[in-house]
Design a protein around this ligand. Structure first.
Ligand code: F3S
Length: 113
């Protein structure tokens, strides 16, 4: 189990969650932040601090948000699928690339059917 960031973060990127993480496992991406699946120690400190309620334990993610579980993991995979372990995010680091699947996973709420 790990925590994951879901669609509410996309294009919001408040960033306050990073201040609560004791292991710096929340990384800035281009359009959203991502939680590293193995660096996360599952403390849950970030879950309640997000102003748009974007953070969930992976086994509590609702149906239409399920692709974001894989997306948080995919953000840290290199081109051959190996999970990279950057070792901790800090403010000022260049954003990591969003996985290509973000574009298909994310639809603004007003456009959802
Ligand atoms: Fe995103 Fe919420 Fe963190 S908007 S950057 S998950 S505080």
């Amino acid at each position: 189990m790990t925590l994951v960031i879901t669609s509410a973060c996309v294009d919001v990127k408040d960033g306050i969650c990073t201040t609560s993480c004791p292991v710096d496992c929340i990384y800035e991406g281009e359009r959203m932040y991502y939680i590293h699946p193995t660096e996360c120690i599952e403390c849950g400190m970030c879950e309640s601090i997000c102003p748009v309620d974007a953070i969930r334990y992976d086994d509590e993610v609702d149906g239409d948000e399920q692709p974001f579980v894989a997306l948080n993991d995919a953000a840290f995979r290199d081109s051959d699928g190996t999970l990279t372990e950057p070792g901790g995010w800090k403010k000022g680091d260049a954003p990591i690339k969003d996985p290509p699947d973000l574009a298909t996973c994310f639809q603004p709420k007003k456009e959802r059917v």
